[in-house]
Design a binder for this molecule. Structure first.
Ligand SMILES: *[C@@H]1O[C@H](CO)[C@@H](O)[C@H](O)[C@H]1NC(C)=O
Ligand SMILES: *[C@@H]1O[C@H](CO)[C@@H](O)[C@H](O)[C@H]1NC(C)=O
Ligand SMILES: *[C@@H]1O[C@H](CO)[C@@H](O)[C@H](O)[C@H]1NC(C)=O
Ligand SMILES: *[C@@H]1O[C@H](CO)[C@@H](O)[C@H](O)[C@H]1NC(C)=O
Ligand SMILES: *[C@@H]1O[C@H](CO)[C@@H](O)[C@H](O)[C@H]1NC(C)=O
Length: 367
């Protein structure tokens, strides 16, 4: 009942029109292209220019005959590397894999224009990658903002996918974030007692990219916090993340990211900068995402394919109850929904890696 109210109130009204503008400037890509540690095979990384001229960097392992290709889409603050445990598991079983650095990250283009991050455009980029790899239909699995793109792929290109998997963040129905962001947060504050996505406001602000570099250890601590209940006060509400970073606060992190993995990530991300990745938040606190979603064909807003949703019961910002509500109520008459709930924080693909891999495999084998 509570989740239903919360979900309903996340949804609402219209907004002003944004002007599309051409892509003018980009951050230079400085990433060395072949330093990915195992299980990634450095020779399997590729680069292509998608149809709108942006370069994408992605991992592409060919499928054994008869095996489908799995497309893994990461969120924030992330890269292809988030999927190391799934790559290791499914690569050994002969599944095809496509694991891109999403727009703004790693070896992929980093446009500074907000409009470039519209989900409709990023969805087309991903389909361009499938075309380049000659894959008619894939199984997509998203996490965090990657789930938003998996959702938009279902909205714009349902015929290109056998099935849709969502981890932590469920189906991001086009109506979510349809209201002005601060109105949504006022509702969250009223019902939960805190703004669950209040940190978006800070991440979307100018200057936060430099704060992240200047307070890197605090930044990674809070994302990988072990006691996720603390994120309710230290991370989610308006102002909390900024104070946490600027005080160089440290907290215990979970053991699902080893010191070596964290070192790889810290270097990788700081090298590539934070300006571009933060655009994923700016389009939500501003109007770009809301306006873009008005182009979704109404008949494609319900999911008509097999869907997997693996939720995280201990994620207190991206709330399991909210995503269950949106995902369940978005199933069309031809869709089938498989759900699992993990005793995990936000990073289910790392924190509950063995269960997630086993459950995804079982779901995929049953398709
Ligand atoms: C993408 O296009 C740019 C500009 O034309 C070019 O410099 C670059 O080499 C291209 N990349 C690939 C992978 O073809
Ligand atoms: C939304 O609220 C936050 C926190 O009070 C504030 O920093 C921000 O300027 C507000 N945004 C808008 C568009 O009003
Ligand atoms: C993480 O939290 C669990 C309890 O939720 C505790 O058992 C474990 O020791 C903690 N680990 C760290 C590294 O603090
Ligand atoms: C440090 O934290 C305190 C309380 O948590 C907060 O009031 C203060 O603004 C923070 N410092 C900075 C520089 O944000
Ligand atoms: C459901 O599947 C049937 C049989 O394949 C098909 O004819 C129908 O168009 C589908 N409906 C939707 C809404 O996708």
């Amino acid at each position: 009942m509570f989740s239903k109210i919360l979900a309903l109130l996340f949804v609402a009204t219209g907004a002003t029109q944004v002007q599309a503008s051409p892509i003018q400037s980009q951050v230079d890509v400085v990433l060395p292209r072949t330093d990915a540690p195992p299980p990634f095979n450095p020779s399997l990384f590729k680069d292509i220019n998608v149809s709108r001229g942006l370069e994408y960097h992605y991992y592409a392992a060919p499928a054994d005959s008869g095996k489908p290709t799995l497309l893994f889409l990461h969120g924030f603050p992330s890269s292809f590397y988030d999927w190391r445990h799934q790559v290791s598991f499914f690569q050994d079983k002969g599944y095809g894999l496509i694991v891109p650095d999403m727009l703004g990250y790693g070896g992929t283009a980093k446009p500074l224009d907000l409009e470039a991050y519209a989900s409709s455009l990023i969805s087309k980029d991903i389909v361009d990658i499938l075309d380049a790899e000659k894959i008619d239909q894939a199984i997509v699995v998203g996490h965090d903002w990657g789930s938003k793109i998996a959702a938009r792929l279902a909205n714009y290109f349902p015929e290109r996918f056998h099935a849709f998997g969502f981890l932590d963040v469920g189906y991001v129905a086009p109506i979510i974030f349809a209201a002005p962001f601060n109105d949504t947060m006022a509702v969250s504050k009223a019902f939960l007692g805190y703004e669950n996505f209040g940190f978006f406001d800070y991440l979307a602000r100018d200057g936060t990219d430099q704060d992240i570099v200047d307070h890197t250890e605090s930044f990674w601590d809070i994302w990988y916090i072990n006691d996720t209940v603390e994120s309710i006060t230290e991370f989610s509400p308006f102002g909390a993340l900024e104070a946490f970073l600027k005080n160089d606060t440290r907290v215990a992190t979970g053991d699902f990211v080893t010191p070596e993995e964290r070192a790889f990530q810290t270097e990788f991300y700081n090298q590539n900068g934070w300006t571009a990745p933060l655009n994923w938040y700016r389009i939500i606190t501003g109007d770009v995402d809301r306006e873009d979603n008005k182009g979704i064909p109404q008949e494609n807003t319900l999911l008509q394919k097999p869907v997997f949703f693996g939720s995280a019961s201990r994620d207190y910002y991206s709330l399991s109850a909210l995503w269950f509500e949106f995902t369940i109520t978005s199933m069309g008459s031809n869709g089938t929904l498989t759900t699992r709930e993990y005793n995990s924080g936000h990073w289910v693909q790392m924190q509950a890696k063995d269960e997630v891999n086993k459950d995804l495999l079982q779901w995929i084998e049953g398709l």
